[in-house]
Write a protein that binds this ligand. Structure first.
Ligand code: NAP
Length: 284
């Protein structure tokens, strides 16, 4: 039952009706017995500044930020946390007494899910497929965890090169055309192989990034950050090859759990979040 004391949370985006965040957060808030309500709020790009001012005026405790506002929202905030500044995108805003701070919890979500699955990235060689928005969080997470090196495989190396240059001076990081045989042969060095492209995501289940499995060691940990379907063609082939595999569900729940903790100061029940996600996906 919501009352005058209920604290407000939500997600802003355009469109936002498809968002799984209300299901995920309301389930976790309810399970924790916290008096908060979380709603989806569509915000057109031209209204973003007014919407953020409104959140402050209305005393919202915080919001998630989704496409297309993750970068644009930064100019309306008072402070930006280091991860969000480095990635150039905010997915969580916390309102501390009228001061709005932007965070990016995708980094934590990505790494926490990897570690929970038993893979310790420190000192390991990683290959990342794709170099878009999600790849920025993945790369920064791996760099923070001190992987020994990262090879980025993409269809368009010239487009991805500036991203690698942004992270130059951290760990050895190189961009490759993923069709080249030299890149495919180099997969034999990978201890972690991450897909950050949408290839294979519902409804285009037949898609997958080009990987010649003959070069991949069966010990390589294969991580696809896609969460619909639960097992992409990429993960199916990796599992058939004998590789341990992980999908994007844990990352999605993990970024939500990190935001939940920033707003409420409490740990979220990840199992409750994952269950709510699965239910929401099934209901779609
Ligand atoms: P994005 O910014 O559009 O980047 C997509 C990347 O994939 C780019 O490098 C793009 O290359 C490449 N790509 C796209 N279509 C391709 C194709 N047909 N062939 C080859 N390469 C292609 O997207 P994003 O925001 O990073 O999201 C990517 C995926 O991550 C989505 O499936 C999303 O659902 C998932 N994701 C999951 C989580 C989670 O919590 N689990 C969080 C964020 C995102 P070009 O630059 O050449 O187009």
């Amino acid at each position: 039952m919501f009352t005058g004391k209920t604290k407000n949370l939500g997600v802003i985006g355009c469109p936002v009706a498809h968002s799984l965040s209300p299901a995920l957060h309301n389930a976790a808030l309810q399970a924790a017995g916290l008096d908060y309500a979380y709603i989806a709020m569509p915000v057109e790009p031209a209204s973003l500044g007014a919407a953020v001012a409104g959140l402050r005026s209305l005393g919202f405790r915080g919001v998630n930020v989704t496409i297309p506002h993750k970068t644009a929202v930064m100019e309306y905030l008072d402070t930006i946390d280091e991860d969000a500044r480095i990635i150039g995108a905010v997915n969580t805003v916390v309102n501390d007494g009228g001061r709005l701070c932007g965070y990016n919890t995708d980094v934590l979500g990505f790494i926490q899910a990897l570690k929970d699955a038993g893979f310790e990235p420190a000192g390991r060689q990683a290959v990342v497929l794709g170099a878009g928005g999600a790849a920025r969080a993945v790369l920064w997470g791996l760099i923070k965890e001190k992987v020994s090196g990262i090879r980025i495989g993409v269809r368009n190396p010239a487009k991805a090169q500036p991203l690698a240059e942004e992270f130059a001076g951290t760990v050895p990081i190189e961009v490759f055309d993923w069709q080249q045989e030299s890149f495919q042969r180099g997969l034999s060095q990978a201890e972690l192989l991450v897909n950050t492209t949408p290839l294979g995501m519902y409804p285009r289940l037949e898609g997958m990034p080009p990987v010649d499995w003959q070069y991949v060691s069966p010990g390589t940990f294969v991580y696809d950050i896609i969460y619909t379907p639960a097992r992409t063609l990429f993960l199916q082939q990796a599992a058939e090859h004998g590789c341990p595999v992980l999908n994007g569900e844990g990352m999605l729940a993990g970024q939500g759990a990190a935001a939940f903790q920033l707003w409420t100061g409490q740990l979220a029940d990840i199992a409750v979040m994952k269950k709510a996600l699965r239910q929401a996906l099934q209901d779609k």
